[in-house]
Write a protein that binds this ligand. Structure first.
Ligand code: GDP
Ligand code: MG
Length: 941
């Protein structure tokens, strides 16, 4: 390098001449003229000076700005497919490898050590001496545990010692120790590196043979080990050079502050709650080596691979090393497992061809059951259904055709279900019995029908009052829906159910309960619409009529008029040459009632009614209800056989053991023969009027049949939504004549009922006429519902609700029930429906019902109703109504909704909660709180 001037140098260095001169001055070289020549020696001198001054400063700056230590973490997740060894399904094991390595800047450490050493030089020396002694002890010690601890301590002390040494002109003794320590450290690092290398090898190739892998891993491990060694040796032997070496921006690894920690997330191992073990820290060289050698030996011999045969997860060498402490125990276990499933490379053999199963498909198939039959998961079937365009849940019932399709779709063979079920077994039993039994005469069963207010109830009351043998308790008779009277000519059973509904309902279910219909016609009123309806019913059921011309005590009574009108309905009196008996009676005065009973007996004789009197009973439900004290109470009419106390019966979808039989006077009876009605206790639920009942051999069969029926009923319920307002309207639309929209009104007070009846009756145009079938006060009862169903009427509940049994009927017959609280809304909706107007309609949807169980007083909220949500969900933000006896007594908002003292937004069915109603404190136990929302729906016809 030739000599240059100061100016030239400044230009090269891209700095001002003045600054360069100043720097040279600082370096102890005097220059004043920019044109002065600067020699190479001087330049080197300047550079050395600058390095010393600036370099240090810069180094310090770098130390401040750059981190003193860097920790690298690596997390690798890979998946292993492992055969379970038992079934065809393989499971996937997630393998997670975590590596952590911390690099500490050497200069930082050195500085720390330096400071320490300077402060405590004497102490350091003492430590060194102490440590030397310890080291000797360590070498002598045989116990692995102790050696481990010792080594750790030595590592720390050696470091301190080494540093102390560096600063305080090391003693030979301490240096030797430091070297030994460095060796320990080196060994430790080597092990760590080895492990990591092995883990990498494992990840790279899961399939590589164990031995190969071990070899590879070792090879890989060699390199980093050497590198580490070099560094550490430098560290220990030449501590004085540390600072210069480490002032460089790149920070080679000095020290692993913690041995690399790796976790392997292995389902089985982790599931047992085994804590992830960390690699053994700073194991003395001797032990580490022996262990490694041992491992390598094992790997070569292929010992390990045997342990993990049978599709068991492959563990890397490193892992096994880590788990060496629990090795023997687990090894044994794995060995046994390996042996048991060592039939193939993965412990099981995959079926060579798909298994095609014959899957029985019935009329109704629960998805989950279907899946079970095909030996697939429910979700598979749901998926297949979804692909076929059907949204189904695993609990859903799918019909025969869909089931067949989905079974085929999944590659199986659908076959018709040959299992006839419990029902068929039951029928067989009943049939065989009926054939065998000896038939004897039985009393006739009579139903009284007729137009409203023509005196049906009065007539029945009179008969019951005068003819039923009352009990000794002052002649209190119970209303059980049916009773039998004894006349000189024999027993007659009357079914006493309101309106035509029961008759119709029973007939609708195919239950023929009535032998004779007594048609009550008020002689002063004549034939009316419901009279004609009754005739139609009777004729449809093929039941003979007897006409009771009632109210004969009245002056206006005109029996001939009645006869005439009925004759035109093809009900021709005997004295006019027909076959129908006409009996003039007065339910009020009681005249002619005996004649009527006689007429019934004669008719019954003509019909030669018979039944099998012995053996198992069967019959029909006349009426049923849920009694608070007694549970489900049903009146049944025995039609065949004899019902005895203690019998097991199936009754509709219910079943149970007959705990008690009660007659119409409330007396306990032991049995009931054909045509005798009894009230029964002990059923599992409330059956419906018209449901049949049959005595079965044992409870198991009873339960089975009931369950099967329940299932069937659920299915049919889904499709029978024929009576909705829209459907009624749609049907009307098909005809040219003026149609009738039947409406049944129930309201909370007479005034509302009347107002609604009047205003709704007035609605109508040339196409549609609104006909109020019935209106009354109080909750919607079962008979209201049946009447509505029979007359295809729309049920309107104005501030009243349907009771439980009514809801049952509404559900089964798919009735349309609308609840209102504003008269205008009712009129508006009916008007819209009648005129077939399309548009938006605001409907109230009841989203939840809570039953008040108990009422507490709270200083903050007043009365708090401890309630149970029995239906849907009660939401705090929605309006509510308080109902008592199915009648609305308050409408408002919730003040608070709580569960266990916590405010909640909503409470679901089957959950208890505390409800406070805003501005209403009169909640009583037994009230219902209904939560509703108003939704706008598009009207559709
Ligand atoms: P239902 O609607 O057919 O059950 O008729 P009811 O039995 O309720 O009777 C309606 C009304 O007719 C009641 O006020 C009875 O008192 C009255 N009634 C019933 N039978 C007779 C009768 O034979 N003579 C008179 N005068 N009134 C009767
Ligand atoms: Mg009546």
């Amino acid at each position: 390098m030739s000599d240059v001037t100061i100016k030239q140098l400044a230009k090269v260095l891209d700095m001002s001449v003045e600054k360069l001169i100043t720097q040279l001055d600082e370096a102890g070289m005097k220059f004043s003229d920019p044109e002065q020549v600067i020699s190479s020696t001087e330049k080197v001198k300047l550079l050395g000076f600058l390095r010393r001054t600036h370099g240090k400063r810069e180094g310090e700056e770098a130390e401040d700005s750059s981190p003193r230590q860097i920790t690298l973490r690596r997390r690798k997740v890979s998946e292993l497919k492992v055969g379970s060894g038992r079934g065809s399904a393989s499971k996937t094991v997630n393998v997670e490898v975590r590596g952590k390595r911390t690099y500490v800047k050497r200069s930082a450490m050195a500085e720390d050590a330096e400071g320490e050493a300077e402060r405590d030089e004497a102490q350091a020396k003492l430590d060194a001496a102490e440590e030397a002694r310890m080291h000797e002890e360590a070498q002598a010690a045989e116990d692995a545990q102790r050696r481990e601890e010792e080594a750790q301590r030595q590592a720390e002390e050696a470091e301190a010692a080494a540093k102390a040494e560096a600063e305080a002109a090391a003693k030979a003794e301490a240096e030797a120790k430091a070297r030994a320590e460095a060796e320990a450290e080196e060994e430790r690092q080597r092990q760590a590196a080895e492990e990591i290398a092995k883990a990498e090898a494992t990840e790279k190739s899961e399939k590589v043979h164990r031995t190969e892998k071990a070899d590879k891993a070792d090879k890989k491990a060699d390199k980093p080990v050497k590198a580490d060694k070099g560094e550490v040796q430098t560290d220990a032997a030449e501590p004085s050079r540390k600072r210069d070496a480490w002032s460089m921006p790149v920070m080679p690894r000095l020290h692993e502050d913690r041995p690399p920690r790796r976790e392997r997330v292995v389902s089985e191992e982790e599931a047992r709650g085994k804590p992830a073990k960390t690699a053994a820290p700073a194991k003395p060289a001797a032990k580490g080596k022996t262990e490694r050698e041992e491992r390598e030996e094992n790997a070569r011999k292929g010992k390990g691979s045997k342990r993990f045969a049978g599709g068991e997860l492959h563990l890397s060498e490193a892992d096994r090393a880590r788990r060496s402490s629990s090795r023997s125990r687990r090894g044994r276990r794995q060995e046994s497992r390996g042996a048991s499933s060592s039939s193939g490379p993965h412990g099981f053999s995959r079926p060579t061809a798909p298994v095609v199963r014959d899957v029985p498909v019935g009329e109704a198939n629960v998805v989950s059951e279907l899946a079970q039959k095909m030996a697939v998961k429910g979700a598979e079937v749901v998926k297949a259904l979804f692909k076929m365009g059907m949204m189904a849940t695993i609990n859903q019932v799918i019909d025969h055709d869909t089931a067949t399709l989905v079974v085929e779709e999944l590659g199986h063979n659908p076959v018709p279900e040959d299992d006839k079920g419990a029902e068929a077994t039951l029928l067989e039993q009943a049939a065989s019995y009926e054939e065998e039994g000896e038939k004897v005469g039985r009393p006739p069963v009579v139903t009284i029908m007729g137009h409203v207010d023509h005196g049906k109830t009065s007539l029945l009351d009179y008969i019951r009052r005068t003819k039923v043998a009352t009990g000794e308790a002052g002649g209190i008779t119970q209303h059980i829906g049916a009773y039998h009277v004894t006349t000189p000519k024999g027993v007659i059973t009357f079914l006493d159910t309101p309106g035509h509904a029961a008759f119709t309902a029973m007939r609708a279910r195919g239950a023929q309960s009535t032998d004779i219909v007594v048609l009550v016609v008020a002689a002063d009123d004549g034939v009316m619409p419901q009279t004609i309806e009754a005739i139609k019913h009777a004729r449809a059921a093929n039941v003979p009529l007897i006409v009771a011309m009632n109210k004969m005590d009245k002056d206006e009574a005109n029996p001939d008029n009645v006869k005439q009108a009925l004759a035109s309905q093809e009900v021709v009196p005997e004295d006019w040459g027909g076959d129908v008996q006409f009996v003039p009676v007065s339910a009020k005065a009681g005249t002619g009632v005996d004649d009527l009973l006689d007429a019934v007996s004669i008719q019954a004789e003509l019909m030669e009614l018979t039944a099998v009197a012995d053996g198992r009973a069967s019959g029909v439900v006349v009426e049923s209800s849920l009694d608070r004290g007694r549970g489900p109470v049903s009146t049944v009419l025995v039609q065949q056989g004899t019902l005895k106390r203690g019998d097991f019966v199936v009754c509709g979808v219910e079943y149970g053991r007959m705990r008690a039989l009660l007659d119409e006077t409330g007396q306990q009876v032991d049995e009931a023969g054909p045509s005798i009605p009894v009230q029964v206790l002990g059923l599992s639920g409330v059956p419906e009027a018209g449901d049949d009942f049959i005595v079965v051999a044992d409870e198991k069969l009873a339960k089975q049949v009931a369950q099967e029926r329940q299932q069937k009923r659920r299915e049919t319920r889904m499709v029978s939504k024929a009576n909705r307002l829209e459907d009624i309207m749609a049907q009307m639309g098909q005809s040219e004549q003026q149609q009738q929209l039947n409406i049944l009104i129930k309201a909370d007070v007479q005034g509302s009922a009347e107002a609604l009846r009047e205003s709704l009756s007035a609605i109508g145009n040339e196409l549609v006429k609104v006909n109020v079938v019935s209106s009354g006060v109080g909750g919607i009862t079962e008979s209201d519902a049946t009447l509505a169903a029979a007359s295809k009427a729309l049920l309107i509940g104005f501030n009243v609700r349907a009771d439980a049994s009514a809801r049952k009927v509404i559900d089964t017959s798919g009735l349309d029930v609308r609840y209102f609280s504003i008269i205008y809304d009712v009129i508006d909706q009916v008007k819209q429906a009648a005129s077939g107007l399309m548009g938006m309609e605001v409907r109230e949807e009841i989203i939840g019902i809570a039953e008040v169980r108990d009422v507490f007083r709270s200083s903050k909220f007043g009365a708090v109703a401890g309630s149970m949500v029995v239906e849907g969900v009660v939401k705090r933000s929605k309006p509510i109504r308080v109902l008592r006896d199915n009648t609305v007594i308050f409408e408002g908002e919730l003040e608070s909704l709580r569960r266990f003292k916590e405010n909640v937004e909503e409470v679901r069915m089957g959950t208890e909660c505390g409800i406070a109603v805003k501005q209403y404190n009169d909640v009583k136990s037994g009230d219902q709180i209904e939560c509703f929302e108003r939704i706008e729906v598009a009207r559709s016809l």
